[in-house]
Design a protein around this ligand. Structure first.
Ligand code: SF4
Length: 114
């Protein structure tokens, strides 16, 4: 069985707009105190951000995945941009030929540099 932190992280990741802490503990099936401990661990690890939020006058938090800045060099293989940018294909990463081709190209470029 998954650790509660992993389960919480999956739930938060599944909601790009964020999830309220007052909803998270219900979805996890834990009490609010345990949920607070889980959220604190995720926040301390730098994986999520916790934003003050009021719902129906009651204070809670909006939890969102923390966005990290991506070094643009990781989006390029030579001068070819990763195909995910602007992609509108139905995404099944493990079966994606454009991505595999791009990664293959990346391996060649890195091999030539070494
Ligand atoms: S993995 Fe493939 S299908 Fe998914 S976003 Fe990237 S290019 Fe598109």
């Amino acid at each position: 069985m998954a650790e509660p932190e992993d389960e919480a992280l999956n739930l938060i990741q599944g909601k790009p707009e964020g999830i309220l802490q007052s909803e998270l503990w219900k979805e996890l099936g834990v009490d609010s105190r345990k949920c607070s401990r889980i959220v604190k661990k995720l926040e301390d690890s730098g994986l999520i951000e916790r934003i003050d939020y009021k719902k129906d006058g009651v204070k809670t938090y909006l939890l969102r995945i923390k966005r990290r800045q991506v070094n643009p060099k990781y989006l390029l293989s030579g001068d070819e941009l990763i195909p995910c940018i602007g992609c509108d294909l139905e995404c099944i990463v493990e079966q994606c030929h454009p991505l595999m081709d791009w990664m293959y190209q990346l391996a060649i470029v890195q091999h030539e540099r070494d």
